[in-house]
Design a protein. Structure first.
Lengths: 394, 254, 394, 254
């Protein structure tokens, strides 16, 4: 009898998931990464820390988020869809799960400040939120292009007491914001924690962020059990860096559920990328013939990242999870459909998962299948953009 | 022990080393700058192979890399230029790991070796992840220079010192490349390195003026000067001007 | 021994709370009001309906919302503040509690369509949301001026499948939208329910909406009990029409807690109004010497209503609740303070309650008092406006 | 029984009643329109006292009310004008309850009575809420006209019929004031009213043309014509034009 492998366990000591992951950072940052690894391992074993983390997400973050049966969409598609409602979490997405964990860890490490990168601003707002709540200083690095496109999110962070630094290097977008945050971290690693926004970066970040996000999957599995739904046939989530997907997958990695990550067609690191090293990790990346990193492009800022978390690269390699793609046009249609049928305007990111379901219900996802759909965030941040797109203004 | 180790050990007996940094492919005639630098007294030259996401570099070298990339610079084009230039001093490539990784580690080591390149500095290739690369580079006599930072604990300095080849790069401060006004924590970093290895130890990160170079030379085996030079080239300085700049560093060191 | 009066019981058969309330509508609407009264009484007694209402708010609406102890603000003000987090409810405010109840009731009455009025768009979006979820048609009346000021909320409602009708009569704002919705209701009362957005309008609306919102107070009382806090010294809520205040007050009406409603200085029906009849009810209204209704004016669109729910007028008269005011400037400062100290950007409406607390902590609210603060909604909808105000642009 | 009851009962024997509606204070010379209307054959006149939030009125009368308010019209100013005009037909005030409520019910009834006004129509004053007002108005011989709508169930029609004074207002349709192309549900509404009371029953809401008036007169005691007239005045029609319009309704009814 062959033993079934265990999926989504911890990485090896060097932070590897198979051949992916690791720690590719300047020596100046290695001690901090090692310290963080120790600190996280220690904290995550400490019932007091875990319960403070859970309690903060409960009292402040609005957890548990509900599971909503999407009756009208289910009927429309001929499959049974349950949505995990991360859109109802404080600040409007799953990002809060991670930042609360890291902010608490920052205090535990005796640091007084966090820095973060942000693309559209979701992770920046979430980080500024957790920092405000816990009394930490906060600086957010944001591509200059994004600070203009997302001026309101800049203001939101400022309201929350954070300093937003426009990044003028490279393409002036998310990946450059990560570079700049890493550069800045070198200079202040003593008293500052870098609160990375997805399951990416050098070890222990991909693992740690997955652990902080796994509350999504743990809750969902229990909620589905309590409802008598049991293990769904499919667990579907959008994938930018991959934190919401990793979080929900974690609850089902060792079940019979098929795991599906939906990338933006223009940011599909699994679909179109190749192995490479960026931002401290070995993973799948969009890159040109010379190994220069290419810019991702998607209507959804949160999926506009040329890489993917290393654990996803590993799950793809193992075949435990599949990674598929959705293009901008079907994503808009999916956002409209969910809004109209269910009264939930999803984030453009989350609409990717809906779009894929719409495309394959009855084929790859057989009629009658049970699906857990991770609704990673709410669409309020996106309505202005969707409006101009539908009006042909952009 | 690589050829670079031997060469720099020898040098140690005679003078403090001056290692200027140039961005490969930044200008059409970039190799002329390297020639000039060697004429003006450089003991070895760092040649940067540009990467889109240079996380250890400040604005000056970022800008240099961006321009070089736009001009079409690649690992291959730069190596070919080095190969055909037959420089009179050891050339050490400075690049990010993805450039080598994407080219293929064995293929990259081969290319460097056949181009006459003595070593590499890969700032994002941490000691723990460097085996795969060193396994292919060392047999081809391509040295892998490792870095020690002010934050590196002593036990770790020891391991880095033991693994580094050619020299040990002593980061003068907790910062990315750029200009600064002093030698920062360099003395402490160098003394930690020296307590663990007898490899040559060069100070870099922020060395901007001949005075700083002289200060650093008091306690180290040499200096690496990057942004201060690249800034001049970005400003339009010609080879003569750069030679003059190098010469002034040379004088400060001697 | 004198019997203590019971507060916030049902109104009399005619819908009166003392001398306030009643049913002042055209005869054409009277049968609908009577039918609704019966239907609501019947439904609210029916455990199946009540549990569907609760279950929908749980599964879809994100209830229960948490109580968050505001540690840093408490320390800052020297009082103990617990926030009821209606900002975490679906669509971003307490409005969902009411619309879910009314939409379910609409189906129960066999009607296929809802209409609603909206000012800034919060209630319109909530109504469109509940209608989408339950498969009801939805038309929302919105003052033309507001459709321009809040174009994104118009688009949101449209995404949710609702039709938005700009109202061009009168001042083209909220009160005219109510008039227009009432006029429209006359023409379609057969198959259409008017889903009113606050504890206002003709009986049974003020009572029914209060009952649907009382889930706030019931939950909060239980949560505070479970935390060992018990009865707070003060329960504070902002008041526009008064639905969030009525909802939270309902949980404490017969306790020792002091109840405080905070009106916008420019929309203070209790503070500056006099008895009158508008929109189907007798209550306190802002009116001129001839009994013409005056426009309210506040930076916060949701408090921009010249009246107040009749039950509040009654509670004020009885002295059971106090109604105080907060001006625009202190409200902005309060929004900033809460954001910075607690990582919660409140709606401008809710910030009125915070502003009052800031003003009176240590005086009217003695140091050490325990306060339940109803955070009726999140501020995302307001950040653009706050930004221009702080930049001196408006 | 109020004087208005008696007057309209008498009229019933002779002809179908024509009750035009004018917005008090809409123009400076608004009472001239009323005089003209009476000359042209109006049997009674409804005079609207404008309210900021006229929830039972469509766009035409809303606009009329808005203009009158801007011109400064108030309950008092309109009553004074009525008092000093000594119209040759009964005047019925149409307004919203807040106007009376704010003035004070007793004081308002007094003002109407002393101004020679015969009755009021208060569309938002439901039967159930009307006691307080009728308690002060009836003793002063001010009739309170109640309305029956197509949606009113028969038991309720009976109560309204019993309580109404002067006449019963039969709403022809489920709509607010405005123009329409037929008499809607008027026949059904009127017959329900007639089955419960012998008060005069007039049809209003949407009566726009003399033809509709004639149709309604087949089964009722008269018609109320509002928006069709107010629209003409808003368009700038002079008293002669309005007299002609009223005359054409008169002819259709006789
Ligand atoms: C709502 C939402 N979903 C998904 C993502 C993508 O991130 P990840 O793949 O890490 O979940 C983002 C990123 O901003 C987001 O805001
Ligand atoms: C967040 C929020 N709070 C309060 C209000 C005021 O309404 P009410 O007084 O009925 O609670 C509104 C109305 O839109 C609102 O959006």
């Amino acid at each position: 009898m062959t033993q079934r492998p265990i999926y989504m366990g911890p990485p090896d000591d060097g932070g590897h998931f198979g051949s992916f992951g690791g720690r590719f950072v300047p020596e100046a940052l290695m001690p901090a990464c090692l310290e963080l690894d120790d600190a996280f391992r220690d904290a995550w074993r400490d019932p007091a820390f875990v319960s403070e983390y859970r309690e903060t997400l409960h009292e402040f973050g609005g957890r548990p988020t509900p599971i909503t049966y999407l009756g009208r969409l289910s009927q429309h598609l001929g499959i049974e869809i349950y949505a995990k409602r991360e859109d109802l979490a404080h600040t409007g997405s799953h990002k809060i799960n991670n930042v609360v964990g890291q902010a608490l860890l920052t205090k535990r490490m005796g640091k007084r400040r966090v820095i973060a990168e942000t693309g559209a601003g979701q992770h920046g707002v979430a980080t500024a939120t957790a920092a405000a709540r816990l009394g930490l200083d906060c600086t957010v690095y944001m591509g200059e292009v994004d600070t203009v496109r997302q001026a309101l999110n800049v203001f939101r962070m400022e309201l929350l007491g954070a300093t937003v630094v426009p990044v003028t290097s490279g393409s002036r977008t998310l990946k450059d914001a990560v570079n700049e945050a890493l550069r800045e971290w070198v200079t202040c690693v003593d008293d500052t924690h870098y609160c990375i926004g997805s399951v990416m970066g050098p070890h222990p970040f991909p693992w740690m962020v997955r652990e902080f996000q796994s509350i999504i999957g743990t809750e969902a599995a229990q909620q589905l059990r309590e409802r008598g739904v049991g293990t769904p046939d499919f667990v579907v989530a959008c994938v930018g860096g991959g934190s919401n997907a990793a979080g929900v997958f974690a609850g089902f990695a060792n079940s019979d559920a098929a795991l599906v990550g939906v990338e933006a067609a223009g940011g599909s690191a699994v679909g179109l990328g190749s192995p490479g090293v960026l931002h401290g990790m070995r993973s799948l990346l969009l890159q040109d013939d010379s190994g220069q990193i290419e810019e991702a492009s998607s209507i959804s800022a949160g999926l506009d990242y040329p890489g993917i978390g290393p654990e996803h690269a590993h799950l793809a390699e193992l075949g435990r999870a599949r990674y598929v793609r959705a293009g901008d046009d079907v994503v808009i249609a999916a956002l409209q459909l969910l809004s109209e049928l269910e009264g939930i305007i999803p984030a453009l990111e989350s609409a990717h998962a809906v779009a894929w379901l719409c495309a394959v219900a009855g084929t790859e996802v057989p009629l009658g299948s049970t699906v857990l759909l991770n609704l990673s965030g709410r669409g309020d941040k996106d309505v202005a953009q969707v409006r101009s797109i539908l009006r042909g203004e952009s | 022990m690589t050829s670079l180790d031997r060469r720099l050990r020898e040098l140690r007996g005679s003078r403090r080393a001056l290692v200027p940094y140039f961005v490969g492919g930044l200008t059409k005639d970039w190799s002329q700058y390297v020639h000039g630098a060697i004429l003006a007294g450089a003991d070895a030259v760092e040649v940067g192979v540009p990467f889109s996401d240079p996380m250890m570099d400040g604005p000056v070298i970022q800008e240099g890399a961006l321009r070089a990339l736009r001009a079409g610079a690649t690992l291959e084009s730069i190596c070919h230029e080095v190969a055909s230039s037959a420089f009179d001093a050891p050339i050490v490539i400075m690049t990010y790991y993805n450039v080598l990784h994407h080219f293929g580690l064995a293929r990259a080591a081969e290319l460097l070796a056949t181009s006459g390149i003595s070593g590499v500095i890969v700032p994002d290739l941490a000691l723990e992840e460097s085996d795969a690369w060193r396994d292919v580079a060392t047999p081809l006599d391509v040295a892998t220079v490792l870095m020690v930072a002010p934050s590196t604990p002593l036990a770790r300095v020891r391991r880095i010192g033991a693994a580094s080849q050619g020299f040990v790069y002593a980061a003068a401060r907790m910062a990315v490349t750029g200009r600064a006004s002093d030698v920062g924590d360099a003395e402490r970093v160098v003394s930690a390195i020296r307590s663990t290895t007898d490899l040559a130890t060069y100070v870099g990160i922020g060395i901007t003026t001949p005075e700083q170079a002289r200060d650093a030379a008091q306690f180290s085996d040499g200096v690496i000067v990057g942004s201060a030079i690249v800034q001049q080239i970005l400003n339009g300085a010609d080879t003569t001007a750069i030679e003059a700049q190098i010469a002034s560093f040379r004088r400060a060191l001697d």
